[in-house]
Design a protein around this ligand. Structure first.
Ligand code: NAP
Length: 292
């Protein structure tokens, strides 16, 4: 055991299973969640403290891990943590935000002698539940070595990509591929439905060949049954693709697949499907091409 006392903030689809792994390895002291009953329920389940606010949680811990939705949410949580942070503590962000946000928060916290590690994750809700996430890390080596046992509790791999923000830069690349693969798999399966192909046999033959992917394996069967309730929300992919687009503008590179995936996400979010899993993209692909 590391001897580190950890707290977890943000107990959604990803944060709750990550907290369970931290608890199973004996690291977790407390949790905080904006919607209090979620935090209280998990604290009861794991026999840890349900802190009254982020600063109170920081007071119990050496390391605070965060998994919230977007840049503004992360900034708000870090602001609320400030009164409870002490020199020598480390804040670890596992949310997906822009590299700029990660660099700015690292600079702000480092001024107070508090470490900041950006540690976005990939592997979906299934990866979080199984403790098999791929973690892309940016920050100082000394901070990362210290908190490594905490990341190991929910990770299959932990890769130090470079200085502060480098983990989020790697995650942006990951999301270009996540968006593109989702577009391709949803288009392919929408076409398969029109061709009246046997779904079981199709998934099996595709999964055994070069078109296989995490998304096909984990979301192929459920999207063909119109089940989109759980997973990675369209609103979150939209946020990620906006981060990617802003990086592309900055670097003067044109990412056409990202533009397409972003347009499709925006359309579904505007129609009220923002909380659906990204496999709901297939519902757009099923629409008649004429009159779109
Ligand atoms: P989620 O289920 O929607 O959970 C979001 C969590 O953030 C909730 O606990 C929510 O609190 C909290 N939150 C949001 N805004 C907040 C704020 N302003 N202040 C405090 N707490 C706030 O989302 P998720 O799927 O766990 O995703 C979390 C992060 O992981 C996102 O950055 C996402 O892009 C990334 N990610 C997700 C996946 C995936 O497959 N789902 C995979 C890799 C990475 P409430 O309970 O009060 O709403």
């Amino acid at each position: 055991m590391s001897g580190l006392r950890a707290g977890m903030i943000g107990l959604g689809a990803m944060g709750a299973p990550m907290a369970r792994h931290l608890a199973a390895q004996g690291h977790l002291r407390g949790v905080w969640n904006r919607t209090a009953n979620r935090g209280e329920a998990l604290a009861r389940e794991l026999s840890v403290v349900a802190a009254s606010d982020p600063a109170a949680l920081a007071g119990l811990c050496d390391v605070v891990l965060i998994c919230v939705s977007a840049d503004a949410d992360l900034r708000a949580v870090v602001r609320a943590l400030l009164p409870g942070l002490r020199p020598g503590m480390v804040v670890v962000d596992t949310s997906t935000v822009s590299p700029l946000t990660a660099r700015e928060l690292a600079a702000e916290l480092n001024e107070r002698d508090v470490g900041f590690v950006d540690a976005p994750v990939s592997g979906g809700v299934e990866g979080a539940v199984k403790g098999r996430l791929s973690v892309m890390v940016g920050g100082k080596s000394a901070d990362i070595s210290r908190i490594r046992p905490l990341l190991d509790s929910f990770a299959a791999t932990v890769t130090h990509m470079g200085a502060g923000g480098a983990g989020q830069a790697a995650k942006a690349v990951n999301q270009v591929m996540v968006g593109g693969i989702a577009e391709a798999v949803c288009e392919g399966l929408a076409l398969a439905e029109k061709l009246n192909l046997d779904q079981q046999r199709l998934l099996s033959v595709l999964g055994a060949g070069a078109a296989d992917s995490w998304f096909l394996q984990h979301r192929g069967p459920s999207m063909l049954q119109n089940r989109f309730a759980e997973g990675f929300k369209l609103a979150l992919l939209r946020k990620d693709l906006e981060i990617v687009q802003s990086l592309a503008r900055e670097l003067d590179i044109s990412l056409e697949t990202v533009a397409l995936a972003l347009r499709d996400c925006e359309s579904l979010v505007a129609g009220g499907d923002g909380d659906c899993d990204i496999s709901a993209l297939i519902t757009l692909k099923r629409r008649p091409a004429t009159g779109r």
